[in-house]
Write a protein that binds this ligand. Structure first.
Ligand SMILES: *Cc1c(COP(=O)(O)O)cnc(C)c1O
Length: 245
């Protein structure tokens, strides 16, 4: 049987680039509509595309279409893609649960680490960034589950200040904001509103804080309504993931 290359339109297969163009247009239209509904300025919400599980070829197409911010959640996968696409000047976000023994490696290539939820990670990332001679932007991940469920990732809201202070006291890390995922099985709107409250309070005391990262394919409208500055979109741009990620 002849193998079809589905990425090659000359094979009569589906055209991946055209699909990504169409999906991006849909997502941008949703963002724009949500900004309008929320009474927010057009273009005030930044798109981070979550490329986990998708090949480097897709990421290269996205870069060619003007995407700068891409996010990965597994070190083993991210390190390979970043190395392959190093020439593209993408901004790599790490959004997965971090192990302390991976911090040094992640600090070599990540530009933004959004999933910092424990003090031991701050110390390990600071050592890694210093060693790599890089400054890394950090977001504290907040657990919006009520009550908090630590194993899903994220610091309890009550622990955000302590983590923020540790990052502010570090030598090679810059505190830029807060990240969260909507709670499971609950309305995302009040949860995102709570995150915005934490973000505003942190921003008031730390001038480097400019990022609230919330909203995914299914709940970006609620995040924009709550005041998020960044949304992290995977499925709505790239399609259903071929495997769990
Ligand atoms: C996978 C993932 C996303 C993207 O989710 P989609 O529903 O595919 O848009 C966003 N944030 C985090 C932390 C993720 O792990």
């Amino acid at each position: 049987m002849v193998e079809l290359n589905l990425n090659n339109p000359e094979d009569g297969g589906w055209d991946r680039r055209a699909e990504l163009v169409a999906n991006l247009a849909d997502v941008r239209a949703r963002i724009s509509a949500a900004e309008r509904v929320a009474g927010r300025e057009q273009g005030s919400v930044n798109l981070v595309v979550v490329t986990k599980t998708w090949p480097a070829d897709d990421v290269a197409v996205l870069a060619d279409l003007g995407i700068v911010d891409v996010a990965e959640n597994r070190h083993q996968e991210a390190v390979v893609k970043q190395a392959e696409l190093d020439h593209l000047h993408l901004r790599w976000h790490f959004i997965g649960q971090l192990q302390r023994n991976k911090c040094r490696a992640v600090a070599q290539y990540a530009d933004v680490i959004e999933s910092v939820d424990r003090l031991e990670l701050v110390a390990a990332l600071d050592r890694g960034a210093l060693e790599a001679g890089r400054e890394i932007a950090l977001l504290v991940q907040v657990d919006l589950q009520e009550p908090p469920e630590p194993h899903r990732g994220g610091a309890a809201p009550a622990d955000v200040d302590e983590l923020a202070d540790a990052i502010l006291a570090s030598s090679s890390l810059r505190l830029t904001g807060l990240m969260a995922v909507a709670p499971l099985g609950a309305d995302p709107q009040p949860a995102f509103d709570r995150l915005f409250g934490l973000y505003s309070a942190l921003k008031d005391r730390c001038p480097s804080v400019v990022v609230m990262s919330a909203g995914m394919s299914d709940d970006l409208e609620q995040a924009v309504c709550a005041g998020t500055t960044h949304i992290r979109i995977g499925t709505a741009v790239l399609g259903r993931r071929p495997r769990v990620g």
